[in-house]
Design a protein around this ligand. Structure first.
Ligand SMILES: CC(C)(COP(=O)(O)OP(=O)(O)OC[C@H]1O[C@@H](n2cnc3c(N)ncnc32)[C@H](O)[C@@H]1OP(=O)(O)O)[C@@H](O)C(=O)NCCC(=O)NCCS
Length: 179
């Protein structure tokens, strides 16, 4: 398994991986929604606001995770949100998702990010350091339909303390269907 930190050369393969994986797990509409999200991120998010990490096995793309910047208007910490993440349907449950996320989070820590947030299944994401948080600790940019899936972790030696003020996310994530 090899991990890579840039996505330029395999952009279309990554979009296809997200579309196929989410179509298989949650249906065609979700597959299209996530493929459009990723396309929008690749097309419109400034390079310093997005980090894409991929996993390849024997030359084939088997996993991808995307982190984009969030801003908390009254807080100067560097915050990224993980969304979305996918491992090829036929390769799920082998540990690829956890290994790829650990790789990505380790890289974010190296570039000086302070906090990473995500919104998803606590059972899975707790395996890579995320814990449940509330709106008091970090206000979500849009109302959450499943507040129990709001998760975060500190990437520094400091415990996660409340992120101050309202938050904004990149434009492609600013879509209530995703929250
Ligand atoms: C969620 C996902 C990225 C996990 O990647 P993975 O490589 O299958 O996960 P791993 O093998 O590293 O870890 C599996 C562990 O997470 C848990 N888990 C949670 N959701 C799971 C899923 N859909 N498939 C497999 N395991 C899952 C399992 O309990 C397992 O625990 P164990 O290690 O104690 O057995 C992947 O299954 C996937 O792409 N699912 C469909 C798309 C999705 O839901 N993405 C996340 C939301 S953005």
């Amino acid at each position: 398994m090899q991990f890579f930190n840039e996505h330029g050369i395999c952009r279309d393969d990554i979009i296809c991986l997200f579309k196929e994986t989410f179509t298989a797990s949650e249906g065609e509409a979700e597959g299209d929604l996530v493929a459009n999200l990723v396309t929008g991120m690749f097309d419109s998010v400034a390079p310093h606001d997005i980090h894409v990490f991929t996993a390849f096995d024997e030359g084939k793309l088997v996993g991808a995770v995307i982190f984009t910047r969030m801003n908390f208007v009254e807080d100067d910490r560097t915050v990224f949100i993980l969304s979305p993440a996918a491992v090829a349907t036929a390769r799920q449950g082998e540990g690829i998702g956890q290994a790829l996320l650990s790789h990505g989070i380790g890289n974010l820590r190296k570039i000086g990010a302070d906090v990473v947030l995500t919104y998803g299944d606590p059972c899975f994401y707790s395996k890579v350091g995320f814990g449940k948080i509330t709106g008091k600790l970090a206000r979500a940019p849009l109302p959450l339909s499943h507040p129990e899936g709001w998760l975060g972790q500190s990437l520094t030696t400091e415990t996660l303390t409340p992120l101050k003020g309202a938050s904004t996310c990149v434009a492609p994530l600013d879509n209530q269907l995703l929250w």
